[in-house]
Write a protein that binds this ligand. Structure first.
Ligand SMILES: [Zn+2]
Length: 473
């Protein structure tokens, strides 16, 4: 984290007018122009939107010319793993015999996707994520300097969503200020990030601790009425269980100023450590099974009931007796699966838009939030926000207007996770089919005989799901 900032510091160190130095002066023309983004010999390229070999060729041809103002021409290629194979090949020749006056700084979050031939010619630095507390401190400082009111409970939500990136934290804070109309409140940040209110999760854990099946199911009903994402709920539940386990093992991990401190201590005190471990395991597994469930609410409810059923001291669970539990796992209840249904509708809409290329990719990575006569509100996962850079948003808007026959305001919000996006749903489906295929092979009596009798080994990566649904293969 801090990749591009570090790259700019290196550019200054190479071009500072005081000479090549580990401590650039920060005052000379080169230093100030680099800081201001005006230095002619520093070229930043976002590989995510310039994947093609032609972009790379143009850049490399340019690299042959001597620098205009500085000592070195510095090329920063961000998200370099997004380059096409031919773009990498074009770059490789220059990396093998680089002109004296050129330095390449390649930044990536996924070095494993950069060809080894390129990696082997690079000096590599691994940057750490910035600790949440440090990010929170910085945000706090900015809020105070700007005189913006902020609820203490809102900041941890932002720092958690930023996942160690200061830039993301700053841009989320910016959005939160706009979203909250000038102040930052816990509720508006939750709404903006699509985060489940912790209160739902606390109720669930209290019900689990009390072994109260009826209360568990009722809580899932309440969440369904508010159309909350059950996938996100399971993720947040797992992350809360993780915090509880940490609080039990290392109590200092709950900060003095943590707004959830009291509740965390209360729950950590009433759920045994081995229950927490089991619940966590079941939450994670439940999340990966969600796509196979008859509907998301059923999948979620079954996951909670599994936590109840498998709790080590399992006695006195009230599931069967309450009667409420049966309905929820069975036929589709009226209120629950609206969000499901919405995801499917959006998927169909995307298929009918007739989009191609990157605009289609953008649509597939978007999740529908709301739609009415004059407005379509979408959201996209942070990981894919680079798709918003190009002209694809305009093409998507035009296609939607044509599809719905009206002029529309189309907004796309960046959120940590858009699990309802068609691409995400398809991805989960593929993953599940793959897991089923692996399980099928491992259960196969002939394969087992080979494994047991001949010390054979199944190479999981070679297993592919069968193409047809009726074939037993
Ligand atoms: Zn300088």
């Amino acid at each position: 984290m801090g990749k591009t900032t570090l790259a700019r510091i290196i550019a200054k160190a190479l071009n500072c007018e005081t000479g090549v130095t580990p401590t650039p002066c920060g005052r000379c023309a080169a230093c100030t122009e680099i800081d201001g983004g005006r230095f002619v010999d520093l070229l930043e390229l976002d590989a995510a939107s310039n994947t093609q070999v032609d972009n790379m060729r143009e850049l490399l041809e340019n690299a042959l010319y001597a620098p205009t103002a500085g000592r070195y021409k510095v090329y920063i290629i961000d998200e370099v793993h997004m380059l096409s194979r031919s773009a990498f090949n074009a770059m490789l020749k220059t990396l093998e015999e680089p002109p004296q006056h050129v330095k390449f700084i390649l930044a990536t979050t996924e070095p494993q996707r950069v060809p080894v031939t390129v990696l082997s010619r690079c000096l590599q630095f691994s940057l750490k994520r910035i600790p949440q507390q440090q990010i929170a401190g910085r945000l706090q400082h900015i809020l105070e300097a700007e005189g913006i009111r902020c609820e203490p409970a809102a900041l941890p939500l932002i720092t958690r969503a930023a996942q160690g990136s200061m830039r993301d934290a700053l841009s989320l804070l910016d959005q939160a200020i706009a979203h909250g109309g000038g102040s930052v409140t816990q509720e508006s940040v939750r709404a903006m990030l699509g985060v489940i209110g912790q209160d739902h999760l606390y109720s669930i854990l209290r019900a689990l601790a009390a072994r109260d099946g009826a209360a568990l199911v009722a809580e899932a009903e309440r969440m369904a009425e508010r159309s909350l994402s059950f996938d996100a709920a399971l993720q947040d539940l797992a992350s809360l269980l993780h915090r509880l386990s940490l609080a039990q093992a290392v109590p200092e991990t709950i900060g003095e100023d943590d707004p959830d401190r009291d509740t965390i201590s209360e729950l950590a005190g009433c759920i045994p450590a081995d229950d927490l471990q089991l619940h966590y395991q079941i939450a994670i597994q439940g999340r990966s099974d969600l796509g196979l469930a008859p509907d998301e609410q059923a999948g979620f409810t079954m996951t909670l009931l599994r936590m109840l059923a498998f709790a080590p001291a399992g006695q006195g669970a009230t599931v069967g007796a309450s009667g409420t539990a049966r309905g929820a796992g069975g036929p589709v209840p009226a209120a629950g699966p609206k969000k499901n249904r919405d995801d499917r509708d959006w998927q169909q809409t995307v298929d009918q838009l007739g989009l191609t290329g990157m605009a289609r990719v953008l649509a597939q990575h978007c999740e529908l939030v709301t739609r009415d006569a004059g407005r379509v509100e979408l959201r996209i996962a942070q990981a894919h926000q680079h798709l918003l850079d190009g002209p694809f948003q305009q093409r998507l808007k035009a296609a939607l207007e044509q599809h719905f026959g009206a002029s529309l305001r189309v907004t796309i919000q960046v959120v940590p996770d858009a699990s309802g996006a068609p691409a995400a749903i398809a991805d989960r489906g593929r993953q599940q089919r793959q897991e089923q295929a692996i399980a099928g092979i491992e259960r196969d009596p002939f394969v087992r005989e080979l494994v047991e009798g001949f010390d054979a080994r199944v190479i999981e990566s070679s297993i592919k799901p069968a193409p047809s649904s009726d074939g037993k293969q």
